[in-house]
Design a protein around this ligand. Structure first.
Ligand code: ADP
Length: 454
């Protein structure tokens, strides 16, 4: 590490669950003390137990605790933290939070509020990326006005089927598929209502619906000195209702030339933007073409598959960059080794994906070569019903994709979580499928095949 850089003494982790545990690990390995925050429902949660200090910031409901900005700032002040790490979800892409954190004298471990704002407006993000030389999904230029004649003309010029998308959208919400002109206005109305309810903003835009694409995203890291590198791609095409369930790196669909070309384009665009921190540039990939859909300005759930094949600790890098350290890798230092797959394990009924909170009466995580479990579970833990149902991420790494699939099956078989239902049986089922074995799937694959998986 550069000798002139002063690393943080204490970091407040403004999150819960497995990502709070993950960030705590990175801090401790850097010699940084940690402060957890927790709601009243999480006093026994793992993230609150393993941090050096833990502060209760409010009642169970997220809006009163994990989204409660004044309470989080106060927790930082009373514990004398230097920096705040937002994790993913909650306040991680809230530009107001990033601003307030900095105004109160803490370092926000992430990009500038301005870049969060830019990428949070998905219509503006597309225009910006296009200006930086990145191909985008054909669609309306910016958000739509209220003139229905104009909207019809725009839709006509894009060509049906189209997607109505929320400018402030996230997690697949505020998205409506429109097959033909007749349904356009009613779909716009439902997308607006859904987006208003979820994000407090009903601006929408239109996009061509790409048939059977893959979701391929490029991981980047940028320091505050203009150095940018990419860490290759993740393929996140196994999705249910636009929610990712399994991710792998490298993508079975790309060759190394394609990876270099798209990676370099993304690096140039990020350099033009003057972005800092980690980030993910998401594309739909179809017939050899990449179409930008959005950029996430935070650490992603699926970041461990990239860590597995590059050997780079992304959370550690985030913290180092925020402390002012320069990147200690050049693009030519980055080598991709082997194959990695992550399964998102949710406390849900594996048939209908309904949440299954409650007491974890037994717990035995898998181990052995190439197996990593990022989780906040322990025997006796009561999974609260208030939050996301993601309880564990099983990540395996092996020299080849085939070995990786074999290892994943073995590790899923070993994994015991009793007392609640989990999606482990679902993952075991899809592991039996020939399309998964061959790597021939797209983002609609799961919806088309869900009945054959039984
Ligand atoms: P969110 O922020 O809600 O996750 P995204 O723009 O990232 O929204 O889209 C989420 C998912 O929806 C994508 O991974 C993909 O599966 C699907 N999707 C988005 N845009 C399109 C499109 N134009 N055509 C087909 N599928 C799309």
């Amino acid at each position: 590490m550069n000798e002139n850089i002063v690393m943080f003494d204490k970091v407040l982790i403004a999150n819960r669950g497995e990502i709070a545990v993950r960030i705590n690990r990175a801090c401790q390995e850097l010699g940084i003390k940690t402060v957890a925050i927790h709601s009243t429902a999480d006093s026994d949660a793992m993230h609150a137990r393993i941090a050096d200090e833990s502060v209760c910031i409010g009642p169970a409901n997220s809006k009163d605790s994990y989204l409660n900005i004044p309470a989080i700032i106060a927790a930082g002040e009373i514990t004398n933290a230097d920096a705040i790490h937002p994790g993913y979800g909650f306040l991680s892409e809230n530009e107001k939070f990033a601003d307030i954190v900095e105004e109160h004298g803490f370092t926000f471990i992430g990009p500038t509020a301005e870049h969060i704002r830019l990428m949070g407006d998905k219509a503006r993000a597309k225009i910006t990326m296009k200006e930086c030389g990145i191909q985008t999904v054909p669609g309306s230029e910016g958000s739509l006005g209220t003139n229905y004649d104009e909207i019809h003309t725009v839709a006509e010029s894009i060509g049906y089927p189209i997607l109505v998308k929320a400018v402030s959208g996230g997690g697949g919400r505020g998205m409506q598929k429109v097959e033909n002109e007749e349904n356009l206005i009613s779909s716009i109305a439902s997308a607006k209502a859904e987006s208003k309810a979820a994000f407090g903003d009903d601006s929408i835009y239109l996009e061509k619906l790409i048939e059977r694409p893959r979701h391929i995203e490029i991981q980047i890291i940028a320091d505050t000195y203009g150095n940018v590198i990419h860490l290759g791609e993740r393929d996140c095409s196994i999705q249910r209702r636009h929610q990712k369930l399994l991710e792998e790196a490298p993508s079975p669909a790309l060759n190394s030339d394609e990876r270099d070309i798209i990676g370099n384009k993304v690096v140039n665009a990020i350099q033009n933007l003057g972005y800092r921190g980690v980030g993910t540039v998401e594309f739909l990939y179809s017939n050899g073409e990449f179409y930008f859909i959005e950029m996430n300005t935070r650490i992603q759930v699926e970041h461990p598959v990239t860590e597995s094949i590059t050997g780079i600790d992304l959370v550690r890098e985030q913290i180092r960059i925020a402390s002012g350290a320069p990147l200690d890798h050049n693009q030519s230092d980055i080598n991709f080794s082997g194959h990695s797959i992550e399964c998102r394990i949710n406390a849900e009924n594996p048939e209908d994906f309904r949440p299954s909170p409650g007491l974890v009466s037994g717990y035995h995580p898998p181990g052995g070569p190439g197996v990593r479990v990022d989780s906040a579970l322990y025997q006796g833990y009561i999974i609260p019903s208030y939050y996301d149902s993601l309880i564990s991420k099983l990540i395996v790494h092996a020299p080849t994709r085939n070995e990786c699939l074999m290892r994943l099956r073995r590790a899923l078989d070993e994994y015991v979580i009793s007392g609640v239902q989990t999606t482990i049986p679902f993952h075991l089922k899809i592991m039996q499928n020939a399309d998964i074995a061959n790597g021939t799937y797209d983002i609609q694959w799961l919806d088309r095949n869900k009945d054959n998986l039984k």
